[in-house]
Ligand binder design. Structure first.
Ligand code: NAD
Length: 509
């Protein structure tokens, strides 16, 4: 069986690169969701594996931090070139473990690369602040210094983009980074860490450890790891946040989502249907910025939207992830498909109207693949658990709002607050909505408002724990600490300061 091993400096790589301690090695299966077959295995690492990675990181980091930022940026430029040169290989690898179609897999890599592009500007970004003459002969300046060793724990649904959100900024700012990707699709993150070493980052600056909860706990408890960035489901995010903070670490932990798309009566419904089809069903709904809830304002809008949505959903093509004509591929695992189908049943049991039922879908020739058809619910209400919880599958729910006020209230009151969109031609309504809605990322006629790399990504409420977002300046702040220096260079001519003043808090007055 093919093994997707750790990428740890000192392990020579491949399954034979080291001898697992007898009886201690655990492995996880990596499926091909198109066929349902196990295509490889991943070692589920231990604290002992982490210790080796940490030792290598500790050795490499001081030299990397002392490398001037322009040279660190050159490694980012080279990494970007290598990832682009390997784009096809990476996209196929990603697609075969995750199940998203090839074009979407390339998008996953590309959105991560945009953060690397941001990091190519790190010399400029890291310039500090300076005040000349803050007092008589006194200057004050600040500098941003790396934290030391950072770790990233990432979900299955963006195995290229999310690791790059984290390690791009962490490494460019002078940290060493240990990545623990999802054990369900670990090949791309591992390959990215190899490419970073090939690009010129010293051994130990980016390592990839494989594993599950055991490895996560080892990271959370490791005294040499200064900061942890997590992305995944909310309960785990909260756990990681609490345990990491208790151990004195800096933690940002992004969680689940249930994003709403508000459709005002004046919206262009054909455009909305086109946008919603992609945003609700693209990547089989396995995106934290998907739009699984649509909120038409007024019954007239709701009825017209529903009438247009049904044929658009019927026209969706579900296929293997290498089918260029497929709109979306299989979901990541058999258990996940089962979970989605259970939520559909819960929606029915709670009284919502199941307009299109995607359960029981089989793709001819791929009957064992993890496919599921698209589903549409109407008359979903806020008291239903199928509305409150994240389903993370190709299921769109219509929640009808009477007016604009109710449409603002629904996403604002929801436990999750990752993204939200409003579709309208009315600038005033859009402006009001953006200002008032209690959600972290807002799209105005943009269904998936994932901010560009030089802005910053992060939700509110149970979609994120901690107070610093991913990438952009927020990411730079997360991965660095500020040192502020107050300096005086007396020329000696003024003699010794009045001794009495030494006992008074210094002021610049
Ligand atoms: P997950 O929470 O199951 O796993 C995320 C990571 O946590 C993985 O690396 C996994 O190995 C680890 N993990 C799993 N169980 C653990 C446990 N009990 N203790 C410690 N670590 C554990 O998430 P997933 O299914 O891989 O990803 C989907 C979820 O991620 C969805 O909820 C989605 O909304 C969310 N997500 C959020 C964002 C965001 O930015 N807010 C982005 C992408 C995905």
């Amino acid at each position: 069986m093919r093994i997707i091993d750790h990428h740890i400096a000192g392990y020579s790589g491949g399954a034979g690169g080291r001898t697992p301690v007898a009886g201690q090695a655990r492995f996880g299966d990596i499926f091909d969701p198109n066929t349902g077959e196990v295509q490889a295995q991943v070692p589920l690492g231990t604290k002992a594996d982490l210790d080796v990675a940490v030792a290598a990181a500790l050795k490499a980091q001081p030299g990397w931090a002392a490398t001037n930022p322009q040279r660190r940026a050159r490694v980012m430029f080279e990494f970007k070139r290598l990832v682009e040169a390997n784009m096809d290989e990476l996209a196929h690898m990603l697609s075969s473990e995750h199940g998203k179609v090839i074009a979407d897999s390339k998008g996953d890599v590309q959105r991560g690369l945009e953060v690397i592009e941001f990091c190519c500007g790190i010399p400029h970004i890291l310039k500090g602040e300076f005040t000349q003459g803050a007092g008589p002969g006194i200057d004050v300046y600040s500098m941003r210094q790396p934290l030391g060793i950072g770790a990233g724990i990432t979900p299955f649904n963006f195995p290229a983009m999310i690791p790059m959100w984290m390690f791009g900024v962490a490494i460019a700012t002078g940290n060493a980074f240990i990545l623990k990707p999802s054990e369900r699709d670990p090949s791309v993150p591992r390959r990215l860490s190899e490419l970073m070493t090939e690009a010129g980052a010293p051994e130990g600056i980016l390592q990839c450890v494989q594993g599950d909860k055991e490895m996560v706990d080892a990271i959370l408890d490791h005294p040499a790891i200064a900061a942890i960035s997590f992305v995944g489901s909310s309960d785990i995010a909260h756990y990681v946040y609490k345990r990491g903070v208790e151990n004195g670490k800096r933690v940002q932990a992004m969680g689940g989502a249930k994003n709403h798309g508000i459709v005002m009566p004046d919206a262009d419904l054909d455009q909305v249907v086109a946008d919603l089809s992609g945003a609700a069903f693209g990547s089989a709904g396995e995106r934290c910025m998907a739009l699984p809830v649509v909120v038409p304002v007024g019954d007239k809008t709701a009825n017209a939207l529903r009438e247009k949505l049904i044929p658009a959903i019927d026209a969706l093509r579900v296929g293997v992830s290498t089918d260029n004509d497929a709109h979306y591929g299989p979901v990541v695992s058999a258990q996940h498909r089962e979970r989605i189908e259970k939520w559909i049943q819960t929606g029915v049991d709670e009284g919502a109207e199941l307009v299109v039922d995607g359960r029981g879908f089989e793709l001819q020739g791929h009957e064992k693949g993890f496919f599921i058809g698209p589903s549409l619910f109407d008359h979903v209400t806020p008291d239903m658990s199928a509305y409150k919880e994240e389903i993370f599958g190709p299921v769109l729910q219509i929640v009808r709002a009477h007016d604009f006020e109710e449409a603002v209230r629904l996403p604002s009151d929801h436990q999750y607050g990752n993204g939200v969109a409003i579709f309208t031609r009315n600038g005033h309504a859009a402006r009001e909505f953006a200002a008032r809605v209690n959600v972290g990322m807002v799209g105005i006629n943009v269904p998936i408002p994932v901010p560009v790399a030089y802005h910053t990504f992060g939700g509110w409420k149970r979609s994120a724990f901690g107070d610093t977002n991913q990438h952009g300046m927020e990411g730079v702040k997360f991965w660095t600490k500020v040192k502020t220096v107050t300096q005086r260079w007396p020329d000696g001519s003024a003699g010794v300061d009045d001794a009495a003043n030494a006992f008074v808090i210094p002021t610049m007055g």
